[in-house]
Design a protein around this ligand. Structure first.
Ligand SMILES: *Cc1c(COP(=O)(O)O)cnc(C)c1O
Length: 361
């Protein structure tokens, strides 16, 4: 059996050793005679899984007391709405517009009728090729929303801004556990699991409990307090996805935690960026000081040549390298589970393609 070099942006590659454990435990989890998929979410076996998953995530990210960890559904996209629903108090919120996902977050706040939405910085005018300069903000905001890593565009905040009178809400879908963050810098972190954590269907929310507004009545499922009160077991959670996430957390911890992941990711990204820089046909559309280490776009500047590269790469077993339909070109998503060896093979393939296609730059 041959595993593909899978550069998918999400759902994305998972650690092979995790998939092997899942396979081994598929028919009978710990002699229970059933798969985790078939198990009551109220059983002690599953309660242990969800508790361990939370414990491991707390350990890996250094999540302080006062922050709740929730295992929800609805994707990061539902958090675009749930965050304002649960956190808005005065009605004044701020957003940093760094890409397609940030725009969707802003758009959901508008749909909800949040009365005062300030876009405090934006790089849209430059095609989102860099993280804009973040102004000093002294005014009070219920929160200021950022997207730590822009999956589609390939940019990432290199430092987390600090605002004196506003907590930060962060969409961390594509670099949670890939970059080292201090959870204390955030009021709320959310992430769809399918990029860097586990299967689709699970959304992680880490929320500072005292920021949640208590005056509002929300539908139960949209109210963080419901899920806090019930330890994410108010209704049936995405139990299998939580189980796989737990295995990924164990894998990550065994490898040396987030610090080791950052080291490996920088090594992988460094190799790919170096290859792009030294290339005579590939370029990076992204400003050097804004580059993501998990999602790396590159282009030849010629649509037909891009298409040719993607086609030949696919035939050679490098899958899902086509850039997002909104930006074109190529994009390599190299999350935690993507092996160094696979990046090395890609760079060798790129060099061979370049030698064959001649010099264009
Ligand atoms: C993928 C992604 C989303 C959307 O996630 P869903 O789980 O599909 O809703 C939102 N934000 C970012 C940064 C993403 O990468």
């Amino acid at each position: 059996m041959k595993r593909a070099r899978n550069f998918s942006a999400g759902p994305a590659i998972l650690p092979e050793s995790v998939l092997e454990i899942v396979q081994k435990e598929m028919l009978s989890y710990r002699d229970s005679g059933m798969s985790v998929m078939e198990m009551s979410h109220r059983s002690s076996l599953f309660e242990n899984i969800i508790e361990e998953a939370e414990q491991l995530l707390r350990e890996l990210m250094g999540i302080p007391e006062g922050y709740k960890v929730l295992f929800l559904q609805g994707g990061a996209s539902l958090q675009f709405a749930m965050a304002p629903m649960n956190l808005v108090k005065t009605g004044k919120v701020g957003y940093i517009n760094t890409g397609s996902w940030a725009k969707k977050a802003i758009s959901e706040a508008k749909i909800l009728g949040v009365p005062h939405i300030d876009v405090l910085a934006s790089s849209e005018g430059d095609g989102f090729t860099h993280i804009p300069e973040i102004p000093a903000v002294d005014e009070a905001y219920d929160y200021i929303h950022i997207t730590t890593n822009n999956t589609i565009e390939g940019t990432a905040f290199q430092t987390i801004p600090r605002f004196v009178n506003a907590p930060i809400v962060a969409d961390m879908s594509s670099n949670i556990l890939s970059n080292l963050y201090d959870v204390n810098d955030f009021g709320l972190i959310y992430a769809g699991a399918q990029k860097n954590i586990g299967p689709a269907g699970l959304t992680i929310v880490i929320v500072k409990e005292d920021l949640i507004q208590t005056e509002k009545t929300l539908p139960s499922m949209l109210d963080y307090r419901t899920h806090i009160k019930n330890d994410s077991l108010y209704n049936t959670p995405p139990s299998f996805a939580i189980y796989v996430a737990k295995l990924v957390f164990e894998w990550l911890k065994d490898l040396g935690g987030v610090t080791e992941m950052v080291r490996q990711n920088e090594e992988k990204a460094g190799l790919l960026y170096r290859t792009i820089e030294e290339s005579s046909i590939f370029t990076s559309p992204i400003a050097v000081d804004s580059r993501s280490i998990t999602n790396i776009p590159f282009v030849t500047g010629d649509k037909d040549l891009d298409a040719k590269f993607v086609k030949e790469a696919t035939n050679a077993g490098f899958l899902n390298l086509k850039g997002h339909r909104s930006v074109g070109g190529m994009r390599a998503s190299i999350y935690n589970a993507f092996p160094y060896e696979g990046v090395k093979e890609l760079t060798e393939f790129m060099k061979a393609f370049e030698a064959k296609e001649g010099k264009f730059k």
